[in-house]
Each structure stands twice: as structure tokens, then as C-alpha cells.
Write a protein that binds this ligand. Structure first.
Ligand code: NAD
Length: 351
């Protein structure tokens, strides 16, 4: 039976599709609108396989989504489609509201009507996995970690729109009995990430000898998870997650932003030396408005109840990621024309 993945042409969604279709041999239909963040080249390895299908559609287009449910009759939905870049959400929140909130609402409604019409055995099997972020929990101080019951305190338009969608997903479970599972994950990194996010932007700027921007003083802490470990965790939710429950994913890999950038410089200096240390490219720039100080995730529930474990440490995952960007210039070089690294998300840019 088919699994419906939304946002499967994006960074994490494509890892989920490659894992399901390539490694597990599952049948996947990928519904994606193909925004700037999508890249069909991320799916080249599976695009021609009979157990993979692609449907270009906006999740907010109810009739298009209904048609996908009717045609493929999926046993599960993995919902990843979203606008995801915090800086873009500061510059203009409209598409974040349209996709992350209204789009999720329409998808939930389509899933509810499909689920209601299923025979009892298929209805019992069906799952709707709503993929979200740890940013919904807001900012931590020096101590503590996010748990599944940590109250929501989103700081950015992006995290507020994700928080809203998490609440809708939960409500569709509580009110309508849709078997929804919500996952909240820390920052992902790995191959195929659009070079607007910290790690790929730093790798590519460093390779090109461009400045490496650090927001504020670089002391903000993020908790990093390798994308393929996240993809495996999401897939495990289909079989082992409990409807109505939340699961946090993270790999106990807290790093300051400055520490991440310095590490990338040092690995690149070792792999492709230019004679001058790349740390000299580090450039401090004005901080992000509302910049959360620290994220740290407690993923013990996912480890305990799903048997999930991250396979990569931050060191091994970062080196794999850097080597991938070195070996796959043809994937990212064309994207520099779409976005060449200019600053987004300062208040004077909003409107
Ligand atoms: P991404 O920006 O790389 O990809 C998003 C994908 O969604 C793109 O392929 C895009 O075309 C598609 N999309 C956007 N709007 C759409 C719409 N209206 N209809 C259909 N498709 C649409 O995102 P990502 O980093 O892969 O994140 C995927 C999900 O995981 C998101 O829900 C995000 O909130 C969540 N998440 C991301 C991270 C992270 O570090 N990247 C961490 C935790 C959770």
C-alpha cells in the first residue's frame, strides 16, 4: 500500500522518500508544490522506480489533495510540506500562514474524509504523521531540555505557524479521531539541504572564499540531528508510534553556531587546503530579531518507545555532509543563482 509523503522534494522529505522507496522498497506518492526549496534532482535515485510516484500539488488545494487520496488510497501520510526558513518568515510571513496553517488544515480535512470512508481494518491501520520542529517550544536558558510536554512558546513567524499546525493536528485527533502522531525535531543537517541554512551556506561560502556570516556573537546553541537519522525515526512512527502521542527527535548534539562554523572551516582546511585558514572568513553580522538562545531536545521517549537511535554523531555526520557537498557540486551550483547568500530577515526588510 502507498504512503503519501508531502514536501518530498525538500530536504528532509527527499531523505524520507529515498529511505522508504530505495532502502525499504515501500510505495510512495510524493505530493509537492515545488517551491524554491524543492529540488527534483534530490530524487533522481528513485524517480524512475515503479514504487515511486510524484504529484505536483499545493497541500492547500483541497480538490487536488482529495484526488491523490482517491487515486493512491494510502495507508499513512507523512506530512512534511512547509515553508521552513525563519529569516524568510520574518521578511514575509504570508506564505508561512498559507502553507503551514491553512495548508495543514486542508490536508487534515482531506485525510479525515478519506479515513472516515475506509473499511474498519484499513481505518485501524491508517496513520497521519505531522512533522514539526522543536522551535515551537521557544528558547531555553542555559539549562534544561525540551520534553514532549514542554509548553509551546514560539518566537518567530515560522515557529508560530508550525505551533498552530501542531495544535490543529492534535485537535483533529481529539475531536475527529484521526490517528495523528506529532513529531518535533531539532535542527537537521546533511546532504541535499538548500544552501540558505547555516551548515550548507557555510560549507559553500567557505569553498568559494566568501564571508561566513555569524548572527550576533555566535553563542546561540542548536541541537543537531543528521537528516537520515531523522528520516528513519519518522518512518518508525508509522508502525510503532501511538496515535494522539508526540515524539521528540534529537541526537544530544548541542553546539554553538560559532562552534559549528569553526568545525566546518577546520574540516574543509583538512580536506581541501587553500593555505589560509578558512576561520579568517568568519564575519559577525547583526543578530536575527527574536533569535532563540538555545534549543536542546530530550529524545528519550523516541528511544524507549520506538527503539530509535541516531547512527551518526555530529562529527561523523558533519564530515559526511561536507564530503557530499564537495562531491556534488552539480546539485548545489545551480541553486546559487536562485539564492546567492544575501541576508534575509532583518526588520528593515519586512513589509
Ligand atoms: P524544505 O524547505 O527543505 O522543503 C519543504 C518542501 O515542502 C519543499 O519541497 C516545498 O516545495 C514543499 N512545499 C512547500 N509548500 C508547499 C505546499 N503549499 N504544498 C505542497 N508542497 C509544499 O523543508 P525541510 O527542511 O525538509 O523541512 C520539512 C519539514 O520538517 C517541515 O515541516 C519543517 O517544519 C520540519 N522540520 C525541519 C527541520 C530542519 O532542520 N530542516 C527541523 C525540524 C522539523
Amino acid at each position: 500500500m502507498w504512503i503519501l509523503v508531502t514536501g518530498g522534494a525538500g530536504f528532509i522529505g527527499s531523505a524520507v522518500c529515498r529511505h522508504l522507496v530505495g532502502a525499504l522498497g515501500a510505495h510512495v506518492v510524493n505530493v509537492d508544490k515545488l517551491t524554491y526549496a524543492a529540488n527534483p534532482n534530490s530524487l533522481k535515485a528513485i524517480a524512475g522506480l515503479p514504487n515511486y510516484a510524484f504529484e505536483r500539488a499545493d497541500i492547500a488545494d483541497r480538490s487536488a489533495v482529495d484526488a491523490v487520496f482517491a487515486r493512491y488510497r494510502p495507508r499513512a501520510v507523512l506530512h512534511l510540506a512547509a515553508e521552513t526558513h525563519v529569516d524568510r518568515s520574518i521578511t514575509g510571513a504570508g506564505t508561512f500562514i498559507d502553507t503551514n496553517i491553512v495548508g495543514t488544515y486542508r490536508l487534515l480535512e482531506a485525510a479525515r474524509h478519506y479515513h472516515d470512508g475506509l473499511a474498519p481494518d484499513l481505518r485501524a491501520q491508517f496513520r497521519f504523521i505531522h512533522v514539526s520542529t522543536d522551535e515551537v517550544y521557544g528558547s531555553l536558558g542555559r539549562d534544561g531540555r525540551f520534553h514532549e510536554d514542554t509548553p509551546y512558546q514560539p518566537s518567530s513567524p515560522y515557529s508560530a505557524s508550525k505551533a498552530a499546525s501542531d495544535h490543529l493536528a492534535r485537535a483533529w485527533h481529539q475531536t475527529y479521531g484521526l490517528p495523528v502522531i506529532v513529531s518535533n525535531c531539532s535542527n537537521n543537517y546533511g546532504p541535499y539541504q538548500f544552501p540558505e541554512k547555516l551548515i550548507p551556506l557555510t560549507i559553500i561560502n567557505a569553498l568559494e572564499g566568501q564571508p561566513l556570516p555569524i548572527y550576533g556573537n555566535g553563542s546561540n546553541v542548536r541541537d543537531w540531528l543528521y537528516v537520515e537519522d531523522h528520516a528513519a525515526g519518522l518512518v518508525s512512527l508509522i508502525e510503532r508510534g501511538q496515535p494522539g502521542e508526540k515524539y521528540n527527535f534529537g541526537a544530544d548534539s548541542e553546539r554553538t553556531n560559532l562552534g559549528v562554523v569553526e568545525r566546518i572551516c577546520d574540516i574543509l582546511d583538512r580536506l581541501v587546503s587553500t593555505g589560509s585558514p578558512r576561520r579568517s572568513l568568519i564575519t559577525y553580522v547583526p543578530d536575527r530579531p527574536g533569535h532563540d538562545v538555545r534549543y536542546a531536545i530530550d529524545a528519550s521517549k523516541a528511544r524507549r518507545e520506538l527503539g530509535w537511535r541516531p547512527r551518526e554523531t555530529f562529527e561523523s555526520g558533519l564530515e559526511r555532509t561536507i564530503r557530499w557537498y564537495l562531491d556534488n557540486r552539480s546539485w548545489w551550483e545551480p541553486l546559487r543563482h536562485l539564492y546567492s547568500g544575501e541576508r534575509l530577515g532583518l526588520l528593515e526588510m519586512t513589509g
